[in-house]
Design a protein around this ligand. Structure first.
Ligand code: HEM
Length: 238
């Protein structure tokens, strides 16, 4: 039932003079986010937090890429921003939440495909002409393009990329986790060492998306955030 719209009406009542007032339409609300999407979104947010934190703790055990000896550390990630305490603990967190992350991702993708709701999120060639007007509006003070869909073309592009990155994080992770069983995967990525680099790079790309995502959520205000909790968005705006 995504796309349903209702009018928000101030109920009939009495004014300051005690006279009867007719009901007034004070706004409009659109049901934009189905329950499954909201559920998966928030579970994924928690799972991703743990995956990144524990992943960085695992990385701390060997903070370099390539040959083990001689080892040159790439960066010293602070312990305070890592989860698990040590390599063994971090692996437990990572491999436990991995299942939650994968299950949520599959459930979300399955739901989107079978419900047809993917049309709201998937960036296609039809969205290309709408990208530049949105970029002009967001970054160069251009006029605001009229609201036509739940997500504007730039949003669709960002979400489709984020979902693609989610899939890549799992595929590269499988190659790093089971390089013998999934040797063909590791081979496709240029070998185990490259699979590690891909996995690491995909994490930073996801974090980059999340940063931009949070900036947009803050800029678009409370109603936008509430819509990802209740499903309903009041007076949708880009
Ligand atoms: C605290 C962190 C987060 C907040 C506050 C947040 C908030 C939101 C909000 C408000 C929307 C709806 C935007 C709209 O209606 O225009 C949304 C959609 C979305 N968010 Fe987030 N988000 C967070 C974390 C994440 C993370 C970690 C990811 C994935 C890496 C993510 C991926 C998405 C995607 C793919 C959508 C579109 C979902 C769909 O319609 O299928 N979000 N988010």
């Amino acid at each position: 039932m995504s796309g349903a719209a209702i009018e928000i009406v101030r109920a009939k009542g009495k004014n300051a003079e005690g006279e009867e007032e007719a009901p007034v339409v004070v706004g409009r609300a659109v049901y934009e986010h189905p329950f499954v999407v909201r559920l998966c979104h928030w579970i994924n947010t928690v799972a991703l937090f743990v995956m990144v934190g524990s992943g960085l703790q695992i990385f701390r055990a060997f903070p370099s890429f390539g040959a083990k000896i001689p080892q040159k550390d790439l960066l010293h990630w602070p312990r305070a921003f890592a989860i698990g305490g040590w390599l063994g603990g971090a692996l437990q967190w990572h491999l436990t939440f991995m299942w939650i992350y994968i299950a949520t991702g599959l459930f979300y993708l399955g739901y989107q495909v079978f419900s047809g709701n993917y049309r709201q999120v998937l960036f296609t060639h039809r969205d290309i002409p709408g990208v530049w007007p949105m970029v002009k509006h967001y970054f160069f003070f251009g006029p605001k393009p009229p609201v036509q869909e739940a997500y504007n073309p730039l949003q669709k592009q960002a979400y489709t990329t984020a979902i693609g990155l989610g899939v890549l994080s799992v595929v590269t992770g499988l190659a790093v986790w089971k390089p013998v069983q999934f040797s063909w995967l590791a081979w496709m990525m240029g070998g185990f060492h490259y699979a590690r680099i891909w996995h690491f790079a995909v994490m930073w790309a996801i974090l980059f998306f999340v940063l931009g995502h949070l900036v947009m959520v803050v800029l678009h205000g409370w109603g936008n955030f509430v819509s990802m909790v209740t499903g309903w968005k009041k007076d949708p705006e880009y």
